[in-house]
Design a protein around this ligand. Sequence first.
Ligand code: DQA
Length: 150
Amino acid sequence: MTDLLDGRRVLVLNGPNLGRLGSREPDVYGAMTFADLVADCEKTGAELGLAVEVRQTDDEAELVGWLHEAADSKTPVVLNPAAFTHYSYALRDACAQRTAPLIEIHISNPAAREEFRHTSVVAAVATGTIAGFGPNSYRLALRALTTLTD
Ligand code: DQA
């Protein structure tokens, strides 16, 4: 555990339609519900000594506001921007203001899906990206945060 994260809060932010995990395209996103995901992130966080807070919104402005909050409080972020990944310059500009590590994550592997999903406008301003590991993408991102020092 680095000093950076010791005892620190981590925000796990989720964009549109992720609140519908469990019923949404289970062939792509699996059977885990959003409530299950929240519980899993909190459990993983506790194991890693992190105070994890998970949020989800379908609203771009709300997500941008949460990123401003994270930037102002130097809070590390795990972000699944969902469809905003592919076109939201507002989200990208909010991520660019980060003052702590920000890991972009995806449940599916967008690079192996439709062409419009091959572009991430967020990736270049994130610390790194983890995609394609199902719900395990969240666990891997939380673990990765504990290895970062910037
Ligand atoms: C997603 C991939 C995006 O392309 C999609 O719009 C989502 C979920 C993922 O976690 O695999 O909503 O971010």
